[in-house]
Design a protein around this ligand. Sequence first.
Ligand code: MTE
Ligand code: MO
Length: 199
Amino acid sequence: MRSLHRQTDPRLEANQERLPPGQVLTEKWPVLHYGRVPQYALERWRLRIFGEVDRETVLDFDQVQALAAKEVVCDIHCVTTWSRFDNHFVGVPLAQIAELAGIRATARFVEFHCHGGFTTSVPLEVAEAEDALLAYRHDGQPLSPEHGYPLRALLPRKYFWKSAKWVEGVEFRSQDELGFWERNGYNNSADPWREERYW
Ligand SMILES: Nc1nc2c(c(=O)[nH]1)N[C@H]1C(S)=C(S)[C@@H](COP(=O)(O)O)O[C@H]1N2
Ligand SMILES: [Mo]
């Protein structure tokens, strides 16, 4: 199938394998979500870290930005078949968030809670991978409102719907909970390299 999608971008000519099966490369960054874009007053925005932790923690945006930041350069893959290469994200590693709140040994999943009730989840090892962030910058700019301002998840090993926008809560859980898209037919594993799009 990959040959159907063969494109002329030099980054692909050098390495066709860089594009997961069934994906097409895009230059622009499309906007996709359910519901309205929230208009946050930043001084009232909070991040709550809770669940299987010893210290439930609430951070304001200044406190999030004061944590040691990391840059991740990655490709992102949307289930609707677009991929975008070489995204520069800056944010806080989720592993650091887990440590900050005193994650318990019983935690095995991370559920993201977003403005308006959107949720999604991943196994802990995906959230604690070296490329997983709570991100607040993209390609040298603060996140735009459409892309998740002030804070979004970045989980580049999974289809992009797992990268929750407008995150307000990070819950560590002993058991998984299906999220918004996952309850509506999306594959909970969501590995783009195995084309785990829908169930
Ligand atoms: N809060 C929230 N986050 C969300 C969504 C949503 O509906 N609400 N949609 C997901 C989906 S389906 C995709 S493809 C990506 C799109 O991110 P982008 O608009 O920044 O490209 O956001 C994900 N994060
Ligand atoms: Mo999506």
